[in-house]
Ligand binder design. Structure first.
Ligand SMILES: Cc1cc2nc3c(=O)[nH]c(=O)nc-3n(C[C@H](O)[C@H](O)[C@H](O)COP(=O)(O)OP(=O)(O)OC[C@H]3O[C@@H](n4cnc5c(N)ncnc54)[C@H](O)[C@@H]3O)c2cc1C
Length: 610
């Protein structure tokens, strides 16, 4: 019989959001454990470079931050979530400071803040160009200090959720984990709640700033037990990634004064009128489209990229504030940023959508919470502002941990699940042809005993893994993952056409059907990356389908979602969130209006220019 580890709160994922959720739950006085497929400090948060937004200075305020965020979101952020983020961020950033986070400082000792795209005030605090690395280490020290149990290199493969017909009647009692070192399957039973904090799904694309571990596992697992995924079509493409690898060159370079040039030496953001006021510091969606427009007009370099130049900032300032960028440009592109401009082009960077939650991290399933990039609370709407993901991790990670531990955070204003505000989808979308599965939920054997639910989930999972290992076929997960990455990069990128999205959807569904024949060649029990990546690939397929479906249905141009035939933002029809549910054996789309009513009135949608 498989072992079951019991804790009050189980946090899946140990990046910024997961560590903060565990600290929050611990502060509420419960027994909390972290379960993570990577060691915590190897989590992808460690790659974050540029900084954390928080209104800390006189002249700035949380409501200015909220206005910038609502505008950046193209008015698809929900005001209660945006206001919570902006109001809580200053205190939470100061808490990091008190825990020893080594923020960069001015001569007088105050914490430095730099300008970032789409911000009306320089409010991005940072630790050199390694902010995420220091954030992870600061939080992990707190986890160690508090004696929080960490199950690292445990890969969570599914949730243990009851099988009532209506997802909002289901209960999550824990998760199933696979010990990467031994191949052992075990259950993690949460008597209080499970927090999913598994990060983004960048591996859906082949040119991405995200690590190979970013396969959207938590979002796909939640989707398969009936939690809707929200606004998945809004994918951020960062304008400054290195062409050969997708490695990020931080927005901090432009924040410090870095300039973008085309092949004719023009400062195109200004000279071609893409952002007459903010230039390089326009919002990311604006700059990415500008670069690709320049390249398509024949003004790119080698028809592929543009130049980002920081030489004029001088060696002292660059090594003080952007030293890491010099190493990245040298190591991955062979370019000396002190002597030459750096080649850059847009690359997939961030998923604005994710698991639908309220401001307290709760999903529509009892006992199941989510925070961080895998969640959609929603603060980023149609476009995330740079520097707004890290405060989201700490603010909503903590809130989700507290809520899972039973702390009273007050009633949430955002409703989850198909409430009375839900609207049907009228678009004609291609039906999936077969190959669909029932929701991944389990009966509790007619008893109300939660551990039975966990045991049933372990048994299902054991069968699935045995089947993958026993199957005799030549089909390898990498063929399928490559097909998804190729079609998403070709067809559901910065510029989107109906024909392209339909082609992607056809390909995704072919791949889904083919997955039924995939096999794992490596029979071993220790560090079986073949098995792990095969399971991750299923998650990549599910996530790709939700992105493509949302993108096909949304017939407007909002934030990061550009459609060839629909060149205007359409507030009459589309001021609403997309939801994709897997609650009837098929993906189905529906909508809920965005919540624009804030504490001091409505955030009235305005033209979004920079
Ligand atoms: C290169 C780069 C630079 C960035 N710079 C900035 C910046 O300067 N400012 C900003 O605001 N944002 C930035 N972002 C965005 C931000 O860093 C991320 O959105 C954020 O760090 C994600 O944190 P997370 O905790 O949600 O996920 P992650 O840090 O990715 O952590 C996910 C965790 O989940 C675990 N996990 C995943 N799947 C499983 C599973 N199946 N079982 C068990 N464990 C699992 C992993 O082991 C990991 O511990 C940047 C992003 C990138 C890619």
């Amino acid at each position: 019989m498989a072992q079951i580890h019991t804790h009050d709160v189980i946090v899946v994922g140990a990046g910024g959001a997961g560590l903060m959720a565990a600290i929050g739950a611990h502060e509420a006085g419960v027994d909390v454990a972290l379960v993570s497929k990577l060691h915590p400090v190897r989590s992808h948060t460690g790659a974050a470079e540029g900084g954390i937004n928080a209104a800390l200075r006189s002249g700035d305020s949380w409501d200015l931050h909220a206005q910038d965020t609502m505008k950046g979101s193209d008015y698809l952020g929900d005001a209660p979530a945006v206001e919570t983020l902006c109001r809580d961020a200053p205190e939470d950033v100061m808490q990091l400071e008190h825990w020893g986070m080594p923020f960069s400082r001015e001569e007088d000792g105050t914490v430095s803040q730099r300008p970032f795209g789409g911000l009306s005030f320089p409010r991005t605090t940072y630790a050199g160009a390694e902010t995420g690395h220091h954030l992870l280490h600061t939080l992990y020290q707190q986890v160690v200090k508090r004696g929080i149990r960490v199950y690292d290199e445990w890969f969570v493969t599914r949730l243990a959720v009851t099988d009532e017909e209506n997802p909002t009647d289901r209960v999550c009692h824990g998760v199933v984990g696979y010990d990467i070192a031994t191949g052992e399957l075990a259950g993690f039973h949460a008597t209080g709640g499970v927090v999913i904090a598994t990060g983004g799904p960048g591996q859906v694309y082949d040119h991405t700033t995200n690590a190979v571990s970013c396969t959207g596992d938590g979002a796909a697992m939640a989707y398969r037990v009936g939690v809707p995924l929200q606004d998945m079509e809004f994918v951020q493409f960062h304008p400054t990634t290195l062409p050969s690898t997708g490695v990020l060159i931080s927005e901090g370079v432009r924040g410090e004064g870095g300039i973008l040039y085309n092949s004719e030496g023009e400062r195109f953001m200004f000279e071609h009128g893409y952002a007459a006021n903010s230039g390089e510091l326009a919002s990311r969606d604006v700059v990415s489209r500008a670069e690709l427009t320049e390249i398509a007009a024949g003004r790119g370099i080698e028809d592929e990229y543009v130049h980002l130049d920081m030489r004029h900032l001088g060696e002292e300032r660059i090594t003080d504030r952007l030293e890491n960028i010099l190493h990245l440009a040298e190591d991955f592109e062979g370019v000396d940023g002190l002597e030459e401009p750096m080649p850059v082009k847009p690359g997939q960077h961030y998923e604005m959508g994710g698991i639908e939650t309220d401001e307290n991290g709760a999903t529509c399933i009892d006992g199941l919470y989510a925070a961080g990039e895998c969640a959609c609370v929603s603060v980023h709407g149609a476009n995330r502002l740079g520097g707004n993901a890290l405060p989201e991790l700490i603010v909503f990670g903590k809130r989700a941990g507290l809520a899972a531990a039973g702390a009273d955070l007050g009633a949430a204003r955002i409703d989850t699940g198909r409430t009375h505000r839900a609207e049907p989808c009228d678009s004609e979308l291609p039906e999936a042809a077969g190959g669909q599965a029932e929701p991944e939920v389990v009966t509790d054997g007619g008893t109300t005993e939660p551990t039975n639910v966990v045991e049933a989930a372990i048994a299902d999972e054991k069968d699935r893994i045995d089947r993958l290992k026993r199957r005799d076929s030549d089909l390898h997960h990498s063929d399928l993952r490559n097909r998804i990455q190729r079609t998403m990069t070709d067809n559901v990128n910065v510029f989107r056409t109906e024909a392209g999205i339909r082609a992607a959807l056809d390909e995704i569904r072919d791949v889904r059907a083919a997955y039924a024949d995939v096999s794992v060649k490596d029979p071993s029990s220790t560090f079986n990356t073949d098995l792990i990546q095969t399971i991750e690939t299923r998650n990549v397929i599910d996530i790709a389908e939700t992105i493509a479906l949302g993108a096909l249905a949304r017939e407007e141009f909002r934030g990061a979602h550009w459609r060839e035939q629909f060149q205007e933002r359409d507030d009459d029809e589309w001021l609403k969130h997309t939801f994709v549910s897997w609650d009837d054996g098929q993906p189905s789309l529906w909508y809920k209006p965005a919540i624009l009513e804030g504490e001091a009135g409505r955030y009235e949608p305005k033209e979004r220019s920079y």
